[in-house]
Design a protein around this ligand. Structure first.
Ligand code: CUA
Length: 327
C-alpha cells in the first residue's frame, strides 16, 4: 500500500529531535528566541567582565572615581530595568498565547481521537470506531485533536517530534491538537511516572499521507462507530428507561442536549459538555436538573472510561427531534 515511512524512531545520535508538526515549529521558534536572548546576555556580561578586568587591573593608570553623574546613572538604571521588564513581559505574552493555542481545542474542523491512558498502555479510538493500542495512526496535514483521559492514575501523553505533552488525568478530559507536516514514525512516551511498568508505556505515532490513512482505516475499521456502541450501552445500562423523550416525567430527555445550557435545581445553568455528561453518569447528584428529583444512581465502577466516551458520542449524535413523544 504506502511507500515505506521514513522512521524517526532510531535516528542515532541527534542534537535536536525531529520536528513533524506546526506546533513543533512554533515551540522551536520560541525556544530559539529564548536561547538567542540568553546567549546575547551571557556574551554581554562576559565581555564586560573581561573588559573591566583588563581596564581596571592593578597598577593601570585609569580614573577610579565616580564616572557618570548620579543623575545619569539613574537614567541608565531605569532604562535598563524598563527594557528588561518589557522584554520579559513580551516573552510571557508570547508563550502564554502559544500554550493556550496548543492545549485548547483547535479552531475549525478537526479529527477527534479518544485517548485513554491505562497501566500500562495507551488506548486510542478513531471517529469511525477503529481502535489501536500504543500506536497512533494519523493523517498528515490535517488538524487532529486528542481528547485524553485516564482509567487509573495520572499518565502523560508525550510526542517529542510534535513538542507536545499533556497529562492524562482520571476524571478529567484534557485536550491537545496538532497538524503534522511530515509523514513518518515518531516516538510516543508516557512522561509521568505511573507505576512499575511506566518505562514500558511507550509506542509510536505513524503519520501517513491522507490517502494512506483512509486505506488504513478501511483495512482496520471493523469496529462499530463509538456512537453505535454507545447506543447499545445506553440500552444495556437501562439509561433509555428514564432518559428517552417519552419518559420525560422521570428524567430529562437527552435528545439534542449536547452543547445546550441545562437549568439546575438551586438556580443557575450549566452547559451540557463532555465533562458535564461524564459527571452526570458517575456523580449524578453533583448537578441535578431543575424540576427533577435526585433519584439517578451512580454508575461509577460499572462503566469504563472508554464506555463513557462511547455513550457521550451517542448522546452527541442525537438531535432534538429524536425520540418524539409517542408509542
Ligand atoms: Cu503511564 Cu507513565
Amino acid at each position: 500500500m504506502a511507500e515505506p515511512l521514513q522512521s524517526a524512531l532510531d535516528p542515532g545520535l541527534l542534537l535536536w529531535p525531529p520536528s513533524a508538526s506546526t506546533s513543533a515549529e512554533w515551540v522551536d521558534t520560541l525556544f530559539f528566541v529564548l536561547l538567542g536572548g540568553s546567549v546575547l546576555v551571557t556574551l554581554v556580561v562576559a565581555v564586560l567582565i573581561a573588559l573591566f578586568c583588563w581596564r581596571y587591573r592593578a597598577g593601570a593608570q585609569v580614573r577610579r572615581g565616580p564616572g557618570l553623574t548620579t543623575r545619569g546613572a539613574h537614567r541608565l538604571e531605569f532604562g535598563v530595568a524598563a527594557a528588561i521588564t518589557v522584554g520579559f513581559l513580551a516573552v510571557f505574552v508570547w508563550s502564554a498565547t502559544l500554550y493556550l493555542q496548543l492545549y485548547r481545542p483547535p479552531p475549525g474542523d478537526a479529527l477527534i481521537i479518544n485517548v485513554v491512558g491505562k497501566q500500562w498502555m495507551w488506548k486510542l479510538q478513531h471517529p469511525d470506531g477503529s481502535r489501536e493500542i500504543n500506536t497512533l495512526h494519523v493523517p498528515a496535514h490535517r488538524k487532529v485533536r486528542l481528547r485524553i483521559t485516564s482509567a487509573d492514575v495520572i499518565h502523560s501523553f508525550y510526542v517529542p517530534a510534535f513538542r507536545l505533552k499533556r497529562d492524562a488525568v482520571p476524571g478529567l478530559y484534557t485536550n491537545m491538537w496538532f497538524e503534522t507536516t511530515k509523514p513518518g514514525r515518531y516516538h510516543l512516551y508516557c512522561a509521568e511516572y505511573c507505576g512499575t511498568q511506566h518505562s514500558h508505556m511507550r509506542g509510536q505515532v505513524v503519520v501517513m499521507a491522507p490517502a494512506d490513512y483512509q486505506a488504513w482505516l478501511e483495512k482496520t475499521g471493523f469496529d462499530k462507530s463509538p456512537a453505535a456502541v454507545g447506543q447499545a450501552l445506553f440500552q444495556a445500562h437501562g439509561c433509555s428507561g428514564c432518559h428517552r423523550g417519552d419518559s420525560v416525567a422521570r428524567a430529562p430527555s437527552l435528545a439534542g442536549i449536547y452543547g445546550r445550557p441545562v437549568p439546575l435545581a438551586g438556580g443557575g445553568t450549566i452547559i451540557a459538555d463532555e465533562a458535564y455528561l461524564r459527571d452526570s453518569i458517575l456523580l449524578p447528584t453533583k448537578h441535578v436538573v431543575a424540576g427533577y428529583a435526585p433519584v439517578m444512581p451512580s454508575f461509577a465502577g460499572q462503566i469504563s472510561e472508554a464506555e463513557i466516551l462511547q455513550i457521550i458520542a451517542y448522546i452527541k449524535s442525537l438531535d432534538p427531534g429524536d425520540w418524539e413523544r409517542g408509542p
